[in-house]
Design a protein around this ligand. Structure first.
Ligand code: PLP
Ligand code: COI
Length: 336
């Protein structure tokens, strides 16, 4: 694709050749179809439009140093979509159908996978929506599962340079027994206002605290939080955090490197004790955190203007596996 400036890609939508779709109708998923149509034709009373029956996923395909295509941990995204669907009483594709759709759309859009060495990748966006019509508040009887792809560069403009984060105590994205642990559109709608407030003050990411006590760290925008202290990788355990597949992978890699791994409630006061901090996710990869401002407490926690040594090691280990530079000892990649 000679008209794509791979090195300078941001995180946005670029049209590709096709997407893959299927409908749940009459108690089963129909065969997958491949279409160049970017639009969805649906009933005006579809439950996704009125009652938020919507779940999505985000994963990536990489062009490796050896020219091969690698898709990272698609089975985990499939399992998370199933959990999201269960919470919203939606039908979900099983792991095999999910992975089949992902492979199909990646192969059909192979020319949009950014070349090795550009740092860019192909973002894969599976989407599940209730398309059946209802006016009463109840689950739809028809669902659409769609997967599209788009080539992306870094989520934060700074790439692997540290980002500044601001704590927002005035807005909650999710409640302790709400939908924070599943990947549903409503959580993102609930984060738009605080995200915008953060951006307008110059902060690319907002840190949410637990909604009940405002005492423990939940997560950072669309990414999980980790801190490094005394040879430990420490990350929040909370019922309102999305279980990040990147974070799960980093916990494994951290343990491989000899770090102690702690997944537990993390008091916001601990921000003062971390040697390094970072935000992690499919889109964010690892975004080191340079500082966290707590405006209400009038405090700023600083972690330096460059990524710390453990964040660099973790980043290199993760990217190494994704781009085929390091042995995939945990069997995370689907190699096409
Ligand atoms: N937290 C939220 C709210 C997210 O939207 C995401 C992105 O998917 C993550 C964390 C990171 O999850 P993952 O590593 O599975 O992409
Ligand atoms: C991801 O990391 O895949 C996300 O979902 C982040 C965001 C674009 C919603």
């Amino acid at each position: 694709m000679e008209n794509i400036d791979w090195e300078n890609l941001g995180f946005g939508y670029i049209r590709t050749d096709c997407n893959v779709r299927t409908y749940w109708r009459d108690g089963k998923w129909e065969p997958l179809t491949v279409t160049g149509d970017e639009n969805i034709n649906m009933h005006m009373a579809s439950t996704c439009l009125h009652y938020g029956q919507e779940a999505f996923e985000g994963l990536k395909a990489f062009r490796g140093a050896d020219g091969k295509i690698r898709i990272f941990r698609a089975d985990e995204n499939a399992k998370r979509m199933i959990r999201s669907a269960q919470y919203l009483m939606m039908q979900a594709p099983d792991v095999d159908l999910f992975v089949e759709a992902v492979k199909k759309v990646v192969l059909a859009n192979e020319k949009y996978i950014p070349p090795y060495g550009t740092g860019a990748s192909l973002y894969i966006r599976p989407l599940l929506i209730g398309t059946g019509a209802q006016v009463g508040v109840k689950p739809a009887d028809e669902y659409m599962f769609l997967v599209f792809v788009t080539p992306v560069g870094p989520y934060y403009k700074s790439g692997f340079k540290p980002i500044d984060v601001i704590i927002d105590r005035r807005h909650d994205r999710a409640a302790p027994h709400g939908t924070g642990h599943v990947k549903v559109g409503g959580n993102y709608a609930a984060s738009l206002l605080s995200g915008d407030l953060g951006h307008s003050k110059g902060y690319p990411s907002v840190m949410y605290l637990d909604a009940k006590e405002k005492r423990y760290i939940d997560e950072c925008g669309a990414a999980n939080f980790y801190g490094i202290r005394d040879g430990a990788y420490i990350t929040p355990k909370s019922s309102s955090v999305l279980p990040s597949i990147t974070n799960m992978s980093l916990r494994t890699l951290a343990a491989d490197m000899g770090l102690k791994v702690e997944e537990r409630p993390v008091d916001v006061a601990e921000l003062a004790t971390f040697e390094e901090a970072g935000a992690c996710g499919t889109a964010a990869v690892i975004s080191p955190i340079g500082s966290v401002l707590d405006p209400e407490e009038n405090k700023t926690y600083r972690y330096g203007t460059e990524a710390g040594p453990w964040s660099v090691k973790l980043y290199e280990a993760l990217r190494g596996i994704q781009f085929g530079l390091r042995e995939d000892t945990h069997g995370w990649n689907i190699v096409l």
